[in-house]
Design a protein around this ligand. Structure first.
Ligand code: BES
Ligand code: ZN
Ligand code: ZN
Length: 488
């Protein structure tokens, strides 16, 4: 999908197959809306994401609640979805900036690319998106005059960010038989080569040498050997150092604490955290942000077998802490324990963020569409929540507390991998991870549980059925803003 910008007014002067018009907040009186009567006859209510295709006029109308980025992104995603199956090859659209702020142009571009995503690797008939060219006119909804340079920069950024999100979606959607740890590592290597990142892949021998015994225990029963992937973006003018850690369970059967049949389906998505880290690294490299970013991914498959790790085992993590295993399905935190310890040994970072489909409890607590943000530093937590919203993702903070911390105590080891209560499972998992964050890093760390939004079995907003790429847009926005603060 290509984008071009033009100074020409949208309605008359640009010759494209179809025009897309966004109706903002029900305002059918706006000069952009030329088919008021027809729209009324068609029963178009201007609701957010509602579309109306007027074939005879070659116009597609779509509703948006406001000029806010979130509303515009969803609107263009709906528009492009509505055009699926039609023969149109090119479309034109005006600019809809929020008081001249060009972020909404970026959101518009993101919406088109995110909305046109479909995963049909396994379909014998591929659903082709025929729209190849999108022309954006600088003619603007509120008559603001726009700088073509500014707009074109936002178009470029929107493309990079949406492409990175789709890259993450593709990895997550790929089946466990086609995407196991070794494959994840080779995807990372290929991406690194394309973008100029450095990629180091740690294999079992090295993992053993690094004493990552809890990660190795989870991996033991699988015929697919584990990998830890370390991607690095290190520009000369780096203003900050950031560490990202991702849970990359290419399949989570639950292990000997086997998941019930209904809960096992979709567990190919347990690699969403690691896949998000890969997408973020890709975009950071392409945007060439002046920030040093390290992405660590623990790629492991959790299976059953004669060699499986067991409830009752006691494991020694890389940082020396002992863990009583009472449930082999709480495996993500075991993998992350070692990868977090390794990441802190390798890199002295200003911030550490981890991404994981860690708990079903997070989904119960906050729903399918929202990520849970945990940590010891309220400011860092709030920063993630704010930037998630700015990027069009939903996130909310969950607070740790001393009482829940006591529920992961073990009688025989330093800590237990599950809590002794049924409640507060997202938080107790977060507090378990905290045991593997060094004291000096506690305030720099946030844990992002993406179990809800990472994989949803229906389409929502700009997201398709299946993998959403949760975490990618929120973190790119956060990192962009971290460095732009410092250039001013
Ligand atoms: N990968 C799952 C969490 C999950 C559940 C992600 C549903 C997405 C949707 C994780 O490894 C797990 O199984 N967690 C257990 C923890 C429990 C045994 C303490 C859970 O949430 O049930
Ligand atoms: Zn599990
Ligand atoms: Zn898991």
């Amino acid at each position: 999908m290509n984008f071009e910008l033009t100074m020409l007014p949208v309605a008359a002067d640009i010759n494209k197959d179809i025009e897309v018009i966004i109706v903002i907040d029900g305002n059918l009186k706006h000069r952009f809306v030329q088919d008021k009567k027809l729209l009324k006859r068609a029963g178009f209510n201007c609701g957010q994401d509602e579309t109306c295709l007027l074939i005879e006029n070659n116009r597609l109308y779509v509703g948006a609640d406001s000029l806010q980025s979130t509303a515009i992104r969803r609107a263009t995603a709906s528009a492009i979805k509505a055009l699926k199956g039609t023969k149109y090859k090119s479309l034109k659209i005006a600019s809809y900036t929020n008081n001249g702020c060009t972020y909404s142009v970026r959101a518009m571009v993101e919406g088109f690319i995110l909305g046109s995503y479909s995963f049909d690797t396994y379909k014998s008939k591929k659903s082709k998106n025929r729209i190849k060219l999108i022309t954006i006119s600088l003619e603007e909804y509120n008559n603001e005059s726009l700088s073509i340079e500014k707009v074109s920069l936002q178009v470029h950024k929107g493309q990079i960010i949406a492409d990175a999100t789709n890259f993450t979606r593709d990895i997550v959607n790929t089946t466990p038989d086609d995407c196991y740890p070794e494959v994840m590592a080779s995807i990372a290597e290929g991406m690194a080569e394309d973008t100029g990142l450095v990629c180091e892949v740690l294999k079992p021998k090295k993992l053993k040498k690094e004493k990552m015994e809890t990660l190795l225990a989870v991996a033991r029963a699988s015929r697919h050997k584990p990998r830890v992937i370390h991607l690095t973006h290190k520009p000369k003018n780096a203003k900050k150092v950031i560490t990202l850690v991702g849970k990359g369970l290419t399949y989570d059967s639950g292990g000997l604490s086997l998941k019930p049949a209904d809960f096992m389906v979709t567990m190919k998505s347990d690699k969403s955290g690691g896949s998000a880290v890969m997408g973020i690294m890709k975009a950071i490299a392409e945007l060439n942000l002046p920030i040093e970013v390290h992405g660590f991914i623990g790629a492991v498959e959790n299976m059953i077998g004669g060699d499986a790790y067991k409830p009752d085992d006691v494991l020694v993590a890389k940082n020396g802490k002992t863990i009583e295993v009472r449930n082999t399905d709480a495996e993500g935190r075991l993998v992350l324990a070692d990868v977090l310890a390794y990441a802190q040994q390798e890199v002295k970072a200003d911030y550490i963020f981890d991404f994981a489909t860690l708990t079903g409890a997070s989904v119960v607590a906050v729903g399918h569409y929202t990520s849970s943000i945990m940590g010891h530093n309220k400011e860092v937590q709030n920063l993630v929540v704010k930037e998630a919203h700015n990027a069009g993702e939903l996130a909310t903070a969950l607070d740790f507390n001393d009482y829940l911390k006591k529920t992961i105590k073990s009688e025989i080891a330093d800590v237990c991998n599950i809590s002794n209560t049924r409640y507060g499972g997202a938080i107790t998992a977060g507090q378990f991870l905290s045991e593997f964050i060094d004291q000096e890093h506690k305030d720099k760390w946030a844990h992002i549980d993406i179990a809800g939004p990472a994989f949803v079995e229906h389409a929502w907003g700009e997201n398709p059925h299946g993998a959403s790429g949760a975490g990618v847009r929120m973190m790119i926005k956060l990192l962009e803003n971290l460095v732009s603060e410092h250039t001013h």
